[in-house]
Design a protein around this ligand. Structure first.
Ligand SMILES: Nc1ncnc2c1ncn2[C@@H]1O[C@H](COP(=O)(O)OP(=O)(O)OP(=O)(O)O)[C@@H](O)[C@H]1O
Ligand SMILES: [Mg+2]
Length: 249
């Protein structure tokens, strides 16, 4: 059984940062295998993790399906989609990374998307933990990547707008009944004091503004290289405990 964590929140509140920090916290505990999924169509998780971004699953799927004539007879669409998923999966030191790209475009890919959902569910079973980065806003809540997650970390900064957006997301998650085990609030880039909760979600942790995180955001580098005692990494350790209820122990 794998434990799935996804993030949500207003634009720029630190979703990708928190995903990277959580991955770092999991790696420090020697937990494996780990899968990081970048489900933001404007993918940048690879960058924050300091690894090369390969082709996205959406690209590979579209390229392969566009060359229909070259697909040998007897090879089904299902096989093409499964192949695309495995080609998009990149093995890194300590984790695997799957960058989705634009997988649910305006065209009707319903059949292909259904196939993909099935393969993703099977893939995730191979990992101890799956960490999913999402785009800003609410739209992804209706997609598979935010469904059936064990813990949803709703990220906010200290602003009223960020917290209002977080509250709205938590409310919608309850309403939509999308199989989120538990929603949590994470206050990021906030010198504190942090709120204990927004309605429906208790605080999993508070990440202070960390100059090392800001520097990596600006100049590049890997958030996985932050020392365990850096303020952001230390906060992520506590957040992981809150999100999982110490499940790895
Ligand atoms: N705790 C922190 N301390 C300092 N800088 C931070 C912190 N958290 C995030 N940042 C910086 O804030 C910016 C936004 O963070 P990030 O990209 O993680 O947000 P996001 O929610 O994923 O954004 P988007 O909605 O565009 O996907 C980045 O430049 C990042 O380096
Ligand atoms: Mg992001």
């Amino acid at each position: 059984m794998s434990f799935k964590i996804a993030v949500a929140g207003k634009g720029g509140t630190g979703k990708t940062t928190v995903c990277s920090l959580l991955l770092g916290a999991l790696m420090r505990r020697g937990i494996k295998p780990l899968l990081a999924v970048d489900a933001d169509p404007n993918s940048c998780l690879a960058e924050y993790l300091g690894v090369e971004m390969g082709h996205t699953l959406g690209q590979i799927r579209d390229d392969t399906l566009a060359k229909k004539d070259e697909i040998p007879a007897g090879v089904s669409k299902a096989q093409v989609v499964e192949y695309a998923m495995h080609r998009a999966l990149s093995e890194q030191d300590g984790f695997d990374l799957l960058t989705m790209g634009r997988t649910e475009g305006p065209g009707c890919y319903c059949y292909v998307n259904n196939l993909l959902r099935g393969f993703m569910t099977e893939l995730e079973k191979n990992y101890a933990f799956v960490v999913i980065d999402n785009e800003a806003g609410l739209e992804h809540l209706s997609r598979r990547t935010s469904r059936n997650v064990d813990a949803l970390a709703v990220i906010s900064d200290g602003t009223r707008a960020g917290l209002t957006a977080a509250g709205r997301i938590v409310g919608l998650v309850c309403e939509l009944d999308i199989g989120v085990g538990k929603s949590f609030l994470v206050q990021n880039r906030h010198a504190g004091p942090c709120l204990d909760s927004v309605e429906g979600a208790s605080l999993a942790g508070c990440i202070p503004p960390d100059p090392a995180v800001e520097e990596i955001g600006k100049a590049g580098g890997s958030l996985l290289s932050l020392p365990a005692e850096s303020p952001a990494a230390a906060a992520a350790d506590g957040i992981l405990e809150a999100l999982t209820g110490n499940r790895w122990r």
